[in-house]
Write a protein that binds this ligand. Structure first.
Ligand code: DAH
Length: 339
């Protein structure tokens, strides 16, 4: 019986009414002749002698609480004001949980920080681009396979409007408005028409770098990239450059770093080679300088472009690319300590 009384008592502060009729209902239910309090009083007869004292006290307590609440509610109805007496305004309404930075943002910021220390400033350009900035100005031949419908998202009604497939388009955007010296890095999202799987996505992120000045050499490029790799992955990191081909650079190379997951012993991430590719780079093709209004007989430049997801995978070993865009709190919370 004590439990039952306690339970009713606990409900009293929450009792509320909106009009006189409900107030009367409440009175009938609890305080009238046949109401709950009187029923309890009637049951009191059957309470064991040694419990009578406590039960009696509890019933009186409940009766007082109900009568007070009834009075308050009646007064409230009369003045039309809400009752805030039970409110603790100093209490936190719900536990405050701080958000985390997205792992791709953490890594992008780290890349930007490293290159800003090397004298690069930030530049950006639109994700919805035109064919000229993504391909034409970057020396892609008209029949280059990257222009193919397989790779590029086109807007059906506007064949010239595309989603940029790489951040190299920002190189062109910068060159057409700025004369050298140019030292920029351009982070951003890019799109490719790929089936989504653990290893590919239809959008991902790149950071592009562009350096143009009078005496720029491949050695400068190599030194900057080595410094970047060591700042990003640790002082023991080694790099290797393999000859490659990109339409906008000549010569072109791809850069590998020593696998920091297995410490070059060989693992599935580096396919047991001890090396992982992280970026493409090269000396800006004179044709690109000319197409973008820069005199190639005076200026030279280097450029590079890296995938942010790939670098993030190397740092945090994320196995499935889809995790980056699913907004799963269990995944994101793991980066709480990383920023
Ligand atoms: N745009 C290339 C890609 O998306 C990456 C790249 C390679 C950028 C070489 C560069 C570069 O600036 O010099 O695969």
């Amino acid at each position: 019986m004590i439990e039952k009384i306690k339970q009713i008592l606990a409900e009293v502060p929450a009792l509320s009414v909106e009009n006189e009729a409900q107030l009367e209902e409440l009175r009938l239910k609890y305080l009238s002749k046949k109401g709950l309090v009187n029923q309890l009083m009637a049951d009191f007869r059957n309470v064991a002698a040694d419990q009578k004292r406590e039960v009696g006290m509890r019933i009186n307590e409940l009766k007082d609480a109900l009568q007070n609440r009834f009075k308050d509610l009646k007064a409230q109805l009369a003045t039309g004001e809400e009752d805030h007496s039970g409110l603790d305004l100093t209490r936190t309404p719900y536990p405050i949980s701080l958000g985390t930075r997205h792992p791709l943002s953490i890594v992008t910021k780290e890349i930007i920080d490293i290159f800003s220390r090397l004298g690069f400033s930030l530049a950006d350009g639109p994700e919805v681009e035109d064919d000229w900035h993504v391909f034409g100005s970057m020396n892609f031949a008209d029949d280059h396979p990257a222009r193919d419908m397989q790779d590029t998202f086109f807007i059906e009604s506007h064949p010239d409007v595309i989603l940029r497939t790489h951040t190299s388009s920002v190189q062109s955007r910068v060159m057409e408005t700025t004369q050298p010296p140019i030292r920029v890095i351009c982070p951003g999202r890019v799109y490719r028409n790929e089936a989504i799987s653990a290893r590919a996505h239809c959008f991902f992120h790149q950071v592009e770098g562009l350096y143009i000045d009078k005496d720029v050499s491949f050695t400068d490029l190599k030194q900057v990239l080595l410094t970047f790799a060591r700042e990003m992955f640790g002082a023991d990191t080694r790099i290797r450059l393999r000859p490659s081909y990109f339409p906008f650079t000549e010569p072109s190379a791809e850069m590998d770093i020593s696998c920091n997951i297995c410490g070059d012993k060989g693992c599935s991430f580096c396919k047991h080679t001890g090396w992982v590719e992280i970026l493409g780079c090269g000396m800006v093709d004179p044709a690109v300088l000319e197409a973008n209004g820069i005199d190639s007989s005076v200026y030279k430049g280097y450029a590079f472009g890296m995938g942010v997801e790939r670098i993030t995978n190397l740092k945090y070993q994320v196995k499935d690319l889809r995790m980056f865009s699913e907004n799963d709190i269990r995944f994101l919370d793991q980066f709480m300590a990383a920023h």
